[in-house]
Design a protein around this ligand. Sequence first.
Ligand code: 5GP
Ligand code: MN
Length: 345
Amino acid sequence: MLNHLLSADDAERLRALLDESEHIVVTCHVSPDGDAMGAVLAFSHYLWRKGKDALPIVPNIFPDFLKWMPGAERVRIYDKHEAELAPVVGAADLIVCLDFNSPERLLGMKKPVMESAARKIMVDHHLDPADFCQWAVSRQDMSSTCELLYRILVQLDGLEPMSYEEAACLYTGMMTDTGCFSYNSNRSDIYHIVGQLLTKGIDKDKIYRNVFYSYSAERFRLLGYMLYVKLENFPEYNASLMTLTRQEQKMFSHKKGDTEGFVNIPLQIQGARLSVFLREDTERPVIRVSLRSVDDFPCNAMAAEFFNGGGHLNAAGGELACSMDEAGDLVRKALKKYAPLLKGQ
Ligand code: 5GP
Ligand code: MN
């Protein structure tokens, strides 16, 4: 049995907020990943099952490898249909904010969400939650928002009514946010939950293939190019850097999500403690920064200090408004500054 995560009081307040709301918008952070989409869809399925008018709206497009998810065809993309969706956000009586901790992470959807008279709730596992919701649960000790959401839904209603669709979406988020249970995944509760989700008939092997065996041939050629041509290793810092320009993305017919997971690969180098990946965004004039580490190296501290970002201990990100050369120089500066921690062990 899992311990209840919410106090009885918090659970009651959440139940009342859901009961009192009819028109509910469910959303997540920009560039949704498996955990964000899993949480948005699981919560939406839960609300639909309760007879609510719930609409999943994400700030911008999500990757093709998540299109198989049950209910994905009902997800609306805010930046593609802003004129139609802004009034829907405005007229909602509840907005459910999943897998993010600050309105900034909504990009263009921030304004309508913040201006809406709707009450807001947050379910998230990132550090330093901003105070913009009437009800919030923020737990950094959770592997994923989907794990947190599983525990909340089961606390509210028990496991019995949970649907196959909810279970498949929750499993997807737990699987993707832990790198298939290879990091942030040492708590035994996680495997208890996975066991319970399997009782709903989900095919976890198929979910794995749906997510990870669905890449285009171009994506593999791009990966080969990155590792052969672009990987810069800094053995003196136990770190490495890969950069990818807009032009290179064009060369390999890059599609959203194609570089997902690239940043983790250099951590397979023996002794590696940090991997940095810089990618010119194709939609906005910025360089997206991704950091991954092992053990106790604090990616979030480095992201906050050097890359206008933040995140978790072992996975963080940010963005820079400069040239790729300048961004590379900044990474080298960051490595130098953090040398004592990188050389540690
Ligand atoms: P990714 O490298 O997958 O883009 O991001 C990894 C993690 O870093 C995310 O789950 C999120 O916690 C954090 N993160 C990514 N980008 C940003 C950013 O621009 N700002 C902040 N505060 N956190 C970010
Ligand atoms: Mn997450």
